[in-house]
Ligand binder design. Structure first.
Ligand SMILES: [Zn+2]
Length: 364
C-alpha cells in the first residue's frame, strides 16, 4: 500500500514537472515571438546570393538555408548577404575577372530582390533597416566575402559602394593583394599590404564596414591601428573554447571591442566544437556568446550564421530556427535589453558609426 502511494506521488510529481517544463518552454517561445516582432534582427554573414543565383551549382555545402519565407518564420529581419569569391590567381587578368564576377552576382541578386519587392528590399543605410522593418519586409544589405573580389583598382570600391556593398571581408582563407589570411601557411605581408592600407582608408571614406573574419592576427592588429571607424568579425567564434584558425583569441576580441567593434559569433559547427561538431547545438553556440559577453560586454557581440556557406547546427538548421537562440538566451537569464542588443542594436550602432566617420572624412 505504502509502495503504491509512493509510486502514485512520484508519477504525479513527474507529470506536473513535465507539464511545468512544457509551459515554461511555451512561455519562452511566446516571449521570443513578441521580442522578434518588436526588435530589429540581423545575421551578419550568409552566402545566399550565389546559392539563389545558381541553384544548380554544387560546392559541397548545404544550400537553401535562407529564403525570405524562412527569414520571416524565424523572425529574422535582415542579413548581410555576402557574395563569396573563391581565391584565384592574382595576375591582372584574373583579378579583373574576379571583379566582373562579383559585380555580375550582385546585379543578378538585385534583380531577384526587385522581383520580390512586395516582401523584400535592399538597404543602403542604417536608417533603411528600420524603415523596411516597419514595413514588414525582409532586408538585404550586400557584402563581399574576400577582398580578392575588388581587384587591383581602388576605384572598384566606389563602384561596389554604388551597388550597395556595405561590408567587405578583407580576405578568405588565403593571402591576397590586400592582406594575410588566417589559414595561409606563410606570411606574405605580415598584416596589411601597402595596397591593403589604401583599401582600409578608402573603405573608411566611403562608409564600408571592414570585416576581419578570415584574416590573420597580424592583419587584424594592422587594421585596428589604421581604421578610423569600428570594425567587426562577421562570422567567427572564440578560440579559447575551440582552437580553430578561424576563431579569435581573447586579445583579438578585446582589441576589436576596444575599437568599438563587434564579434559576430558564427553558427558553424566546426568553429564551435572540436569534440563533437556534428552534435553542436544552439547551446554550444550560446556558450561562445556568453564567453564574449563576459570578456568584453554584451554591446560587442552578435550573430553571423554562415548559412549557405557551411553554417547550421542540430537545432539551427536554417533561418526559420532563429528563435531557438532567443529562447536559449532567455533560459540563461539574458535580459530583453541584452537580447535586443545582440540581435541588432549593436550592429546598427556600429554601422551608424561607420557612416558618421565616412561623412567626417569626406568633409575634410
Ligand atoms: Zn567565411
Amino acid at each position: 500500500m505504502k509502495r503504491k502511494f509512493i509510486i502514485a506521488v512520484s508519477l504525479l510529481l513527474a507529470c506536473s514537472y513535465t507539464l511545468c517544463g512544457q509551459q515554461n518552454d511555451e512561455e519562452l517561445y511566446r516571449i521570443a515571438d513578441s521580442l522578434h516582432n518588436a526588435m530589429f534582427t540581423i545575421d551578419t554573414h550568409i552566402d545566399t546570393p550565389i546559392c539563389t543565383n545558381h541553384p544548380e551549382w554544387d560546392y559541397g555545402v548545404e544550400k537553401g538555408q535562407v529564403t525570405f519565407q524562412l527569414m520571416k518564420k524565424g523572425g529574422l529581419d535582415a542579413a548581410l548577404f555576402a557574395v563569396y569569391i573563391d581565391q584565384g590567381k592574382r595576375d591582372a587578368v584574373s583579378s579583373q575577372k574576379a571583379v566582373d564576377y562579383v559585380k555580375r552576382e550582385i546585379v543578378l541578386f538585385r534583380k531577384y530582390i526587385d522581383e520580390h519587392s512586395d516582401i523584400a528590399a535592399q538597404a543602403y543605410t542604417a536608417d533603411d533597416f528600420l524603415k523596411y522593418k516597419a514595413e514588414g519586409k525582409r532586408i538585404v544589405m550586400f557584402a563581399i566575402e574576400n577582398g580578392y573580389g575588388i581587384g587591383k583598382e581602388i576605384s572598384n570600391l566606389d563602384m561596389f559602394y554604388d551597388l550597395g556593398v556595405r561590408a567587405i571581408t578583407l580576405s578568405h582563407n588565403y593571402n591576397n593583394d590586400i592582406c594575410d589570411a588566417s589559414r595561409d601557411s606563410v606570411a606574405e605581408w605580415n598584416g596589411l599590404s601597402p595596397y591593403g592600407e589604401k583599401v582600409v582608408e578608402r573603405m573608411n571614406e566611403l562608409g564600408i564596414m571592414i570585416d576581419l573574419s578570415h584574416v590573420a592576427t597580424s592583419t587584424l592588429f594592422d587594421v585596428l591601428e589604421k581604421s578610423k571607424a569600428p570594425v567587426f568579425a562577421s562570422h567567427s567564434a572564440v578560440r579559447k573554447i575551440r582552437n580553430h584558425a578561424r576563431n579569435l583569441w581573447d586579445d583579438e576580441i578585446k582589441a576589436i571591442a576596444a575599437h568599438g567593434g563587434l564579434i559576430q559569433v558564427a553558427a558553424e559547427k566546426y568553429f564551435l566544437s572540436a569534440t563533437a561538431p556534428k552534435k553542436a547545438t544552439v547551446k554550444t553556440f550560446v556558450d561562445h556568446v556568453d564567453y564574449v559577453k563576459n570578456l568584453v560586454g554584451i554591446e560587442h557581440v552578435g550573430i553571423g550564421t554562415d548559412f549557405d556557406g557551411g553554417g547550421g547546427l542540430v537545432d539551427l538548421r536554417n533561418a526559420g530556427d532563429m528563435k531557438n537562440i532567443t529562447v536559449e538566451m532567455l533560459r540563461r537569464g539574458y535580459t530583453h535589453r541584452e537580447i535586443k542588443m545582440f540581435w541588432g542594436e549593436n550592429f546598427l550602432r556600429v554601422l551608424k558609426e561607420v557612416e558618421k566617420t565616412a561623412k567626417e572624412l569626406q568633409g575634410e
